[in-house]
Design a protein. Structure first.
Length: 383
């Protein structure tokens, strides 16, 4: 339960994620120029996957059990693929190559599958090869975590190898002919984590890194220029960390303590991350803290995106916008469809900002501070 106080109107209200927002009506989206919107039926909670730009299209997972492909210029539907049993809502990340979308379904057989990107038609499906976390994709293979093992699958739909471990696999990331597996395990009141690097051809273990505290549970590691960036959560008294590792040797290049890390976004020399009730920026080369912007609610959500000097954060049903250089919160809004919609996701691409709520996907032009109207305001959120 979160309590927001609007200083201007002195209105007290309560918002619960499971029942939808109950919020002041003085906030406006005047600073975000709407290009188009796509409506869908609300069902249950929102999706865990950020919308993704693919060429001239947008791939979108909705809580009404559909994977949809929309046209970027208009938001009209190219194709839809129904996922039975509500399994679409459990997709954590959207994976695709030049030809196919690669999905998975938690429950109802736990299959992984491939869809034709042009038509949405299913090409193949394999049961009992997926389980509720972040699969990975390389130029040649699809990697699917399933508890204490993961599967190596050809893009034609054949399982050709399996790796097992005493710890659960939570994410699989490809980089330069290597697979980086994020893991976690529980140690009393604390969690610990490990990243294991495997050779893609043989799946031999090349190196392992143990966290000082927290598991590699929620944040998908990011690979760039032979460096792996990763963060932990739920470390208890051990704390949590963000690290940069030499991707070839596993040597730690730097370590920064943090409350927790839920998503990493890289841009230039800066690493932005969602830290639970904050948005943060680090020097990517040293781990030095550049700024921290506190969001005064306790919703530990991950959706984070960057575009042209601004960081966009979906948090607690609200869209926040921060100056990427200073960390100043320049705007926030929860006014979507008469304050009846909860904000679940935000992503960027193709010169657009995509905001996904419980009932719509909105495509906006990027934030423009000069477009702020005099009555949009910027009420202060407090507990």
């Amino acid at each position: 339960m979160k309590i927001f106080i609007n200083i201007c109107l002195c209105v007290l209200f309560v918002c619960c994620k499971g029942t939808g927002p109950n919020k002041p009506v003085d906030q406006h989206t005047d600073s975000l120029q709407l290009l188009w919107s796509y409506e869908y039926s609300p069902e249950g909670w929102g999706t865990d996957a950020q919308p993704a730009v693919v060429g001239d299209s947008l791939l979108l997972i909705t809580g009404d059990r559909y994977i949809s492909c929309l046209r970027l210029d208009s938001g009209t539907v190219k194709w839809q693929f129904p996922v039975p049993g509500g399994g679409a809502s459990y997709i954590q990340n959207i994976l695709f190559d030049d030809n196919n979308f690669y999905g998975w379904q938690y429950r109802s057989g736990n299959p992984v599958y491939a869809l034709n990107l042009l038509t949405g038609e299913k090409i193949w499906s394999i049961d009992s090869t997926a389980y509720y976390r972040f699969p990975g994709l390389s130029p040649t293979y699809y990697y699917s975590p399933y508890g204490y093992k993961f599967f190596k699958i050809t893009k034609a739909g054949s399982v050709i190898d399996t790796v097992e471990s005493t710890n659960q696999f939570r994410s699989l990331v490809y980089g330069d002919q290597r697979i980086f597996a994020g893991q976690y395990w529980t140690d009393g009141p604390n969690e610990k984590g490990r990243i294991v690097c495997y050779a893609e051809d043989s799946l031999d273990s090349l190196w392992g890194y143990n966290s000082s505290g927290g598991g590699f549970n929620m944040c998908v590691p990011q690979f760039e220029n032979n460096t792996l960036y990763a963060g932990t959560v739920w470390g208890g008294s051990l704390g949590n960390e963000i690290v940069a590792l030499n991707a070839e040797t596993g040597t730690r290049l730097w370590r920064t303590e943090t409350y927790g890390c839920y998503q990493i976004v890289l841009d230039g020399d800066v690493l932005y991350y969602a830290g639970g009730s904050s948005v943060n920026a680090l020097d990517k080369n040293t781990g030095h803290v550049l700024w921290e912007a506190i969001i005064p609610t306790t919703d530990e959500s991950s959706p984070l995106a960057y575009w042209d000097g601004y960081v966009y954060k979906a948090h607690g049903g609200t869209l926040f916008i921060f100056d990427a250089t200073t960390g100043e919160r320049v705007h926030y809004t929860y006014t979507f469809n008469g304050n009846t919609e909860y904000v679940y996701q935000v992503s960027t691409g193709a010169g657009k900002i995509f905001v996904q709520t419980s009932q719509h996907l909105y495509a906006f032009e990027p934030f423009n501070p000069e477009a702020l109207s005099s009555n949009s305001g910027d009420a202060i959120l407090q507990i």
